[in-house]
Design a protein around this ligand. Structure first.
Ligand code: DX5
Ligand code: ZN
Length: 216
């Protein structure tokens, strides 16, 4: 099933509570929190306290997309403040299997994100414990960047790999998704579209319902 995750990175940070509530009304399926540390990516956003303060504003599931170095040190904290999915970058984990297993043991879902240049096979041997493969369609760090179409074969391969093994894993794309690029990602096999700039950063803003209807 197609799901839309709203990334609040381009939202008005002074009104995050309202933005989260509006996202729910508009038919978004997840809230996607872009956590940046100024090391793994050249930008800094928010930490667990911000997620905690917004947890009771919506019933939508939260995905914490950790764009941070040494994410292992923070998985417990992000699970504790109410993340339903904790997503780590394969590139940032010294021991990905260990990190994935421990996220699972915390009782939350596991996402693994891959930068555009990272091959899919880095997750081959941890696939049984993953709930979401988050394929970056931009280099992480900023909202509103241009979609990288060269990543689409990786989405196709991910879809084939998941189906060949009969696994129930969501395949997400993140970065540069809008009315034009969403159909390409869905055609390649993505079923979770993470969208920030097109919802919060531009006028006219993207209509979630129209997008969903057009992709049905
Ligand atoms: C990029 C972030 C994305 C981003 C969403 O570092 O991980 O979640 O904000 O992309 P846009 O803003 O292009 O929709
Ligand atoms: Zn993200």
């Amino acid at each position: 099933m197609l799901k839309i995750a709203a990334s609040l990175l381009s939202a008005d940070f002074s009104r995050l509570g309202e933005e989260v509530k509006n996202a729910e009304k508009e038919g978004v399926d997840f809230i996607h929190w872009d956590i940046m540390d100024g090391h793994f990516v050249p930008n800094i956003t928010f930490g667990p306290a911000v997620i905690q303060s917004l947890r009771d504003k919506t019933k939508l599931p939260f995905n914490a997309h950790l764009m941070i170095e040494k994410p292992y040190n923070f998985i417990e904290k992000f699970a504790e403040v109410g993340s339903d999915i904790v997503s780590v970058h394969a590139e940032a984990c010294d021991h990905l299997q260990h990190t994935v297993r421990d996220i699972k043991n915390l009782g939350v879902k596991v996402g693994v994100a891959l930068n555009p240049a990272t091959p899919l096979n880095v997750i081959e041997y941890v696939l049984d414990d993953i709930d979401l493969i988050l394929i970056m369609t931009v280099n992480p760090g900023f909202g509103g960047q241009e979609f990288i179409p060269a990543v689409m074969p990786k989405v196709q391969e991910a879809r084939q790999m998941v189906e060949a093994r009969g696994l129930n894993i969501d395949i997400g794309v993140d970065g540069g998704i809008n009315e034009k690029t969403a159909p390409l990602a869905v055609k390649a096999g993505a079923n979770v579209l993470t969208i920030g700039f097109a919802i919060y950063g531009r006028e006219p803003k993207l209509s979630i319902q129209k997008l969903k209807d057009s992709l049905r």
